[in-house]
Design a protein around this ligand. Sequence first.
Ligand code: AMP
Ligand code: ZN
Length: 469
Amino acid sequence: MALKLFNTLTRSVQEFAPLDPQKKKVGMYCCGPTVYDFAHIGNWRTFVFADLVRRTLEFSGYDVQHVMNITDVEDKIIKRVREQKTTLREFTGKFETAFLDDLKALGCREPHQKPRATEHIPEIISLIEKLVARGVAYKAADGSVYFSIEKYRGCGCHYGQLLKLNLDEMRAGERVASDEYEKESVADFALWKARVPDDGDVFWPSPFGEGRPGWHIECSAMSIKALGETFDLHLGGEDLKFPHHEDEIAQSEGATGKPFVKFWLHGAHLLVEGKKMSKSLGNFHTLRDLLEKGHTGREVRYLLLTAHYRETFNFTLDGLSGARTALARIDECVAKLRELAAGNTTANTDTNTLTANFSNALADDLNISAAWGEVFKWVTETNKRIAENSLSAKDAASALAAWEKVDSVLGIGAKAEAEAPAEIVALAEARAEAKKARDFKRADAIRDELKAKGWVVEDTPKGIKLKKM
Ligand code: AMP
Ligand code: ZN
């Protein structure tokens, strides 16, 4: 089944086809973190969603080039650098490292390119120069360079591609200097912000004077550099539709005269315990907070992946406990299959059932609930077949191969059975000997010793089994 995705540009679910004439390569850009603090669980919903899109494309056979920028200079960052009397790089470096650590903890595949805005100042300047040369950007009296929405529209270009804007209410020439603004105040936005005392050491020379880039132009310059003037997919959270993505389209199409992106995908927001996350409500979680409370990155990933990306998701701590139970069911089933497969491997996947149903569910605009439904149906059926002893080693190996294929998208893995060290194995064998000799006192003493060392020994029809406690 062909992959279908909801394209914000057309407000419809469309069959995905890459621009590449060979239909193989896909360019995908996801707006990355603004590294001014630790990313919160809402941010993580968006990045796990981007990881799901990438993995689904790879699962479908595409060769994906995944780009995620690091926004390491913008209004909020400058404010904190000033408040904390530190340098830009020192400040952003700390949060960038933390972000990449968290990304790994959540099982996300690392983007192929992670461009930093501060390392693309020449590309940003040259894009602004193009816009000035084309007459859609101008330098204002405050020394900053702005994008002119009126001039852009005058060239027959369309401002308001991702959402309806009431441009008739806009007053021509009105300007907005900050990176974030409401759609009620559509106005010419800043491409280059002239240096002001509050910027401290954060400025670069440019043909327009010393200053720094606006947030929106950073993404246009980095995405065009990494993926070309027109590329396949652009992702982000729904709050980025306006003004960030709308401005990205305007700057890019205004400079190149070509369509910027074919598919725009937006992930819905996340609430925590039914409310908008906020520090004052005590429902604000970073991944670190959750790990400290004893949850795992895998559990958080699972929970974030349970809801459809276009639905608002209510993240709860109860849900996180539920994630642990659900994952344990999968782990147990996979562990039993590994035991049954006893080293048999096969490239044959169970294509008529799990993988086919799972991939059909995902092809339907990433219907993840249906995809999980297939996984748990498979767990139930597999457990039944194991209980009935109707699964051969070869069957178990092909079921495992199917699971691994599916897990290449889910990215939750399955806990491998911990291998017991030689000393523990020797103790377990000594216990078995003692039992054979009907020395139950000694056998029980060895069992206690194993327990004290963190291992449980089980007697199964196939012999002894050691499990880490
Ligand atoms: P930022 O670091 O603020 O630029 O945000 C990084 C990403 O997280 C963006 O794609 C935002 O749209 C997304 N984001 C921010 N808050 C939430 C939320 N509550 N739920 C889902 N995504 C969010
Ligand atoms: Zn962006």
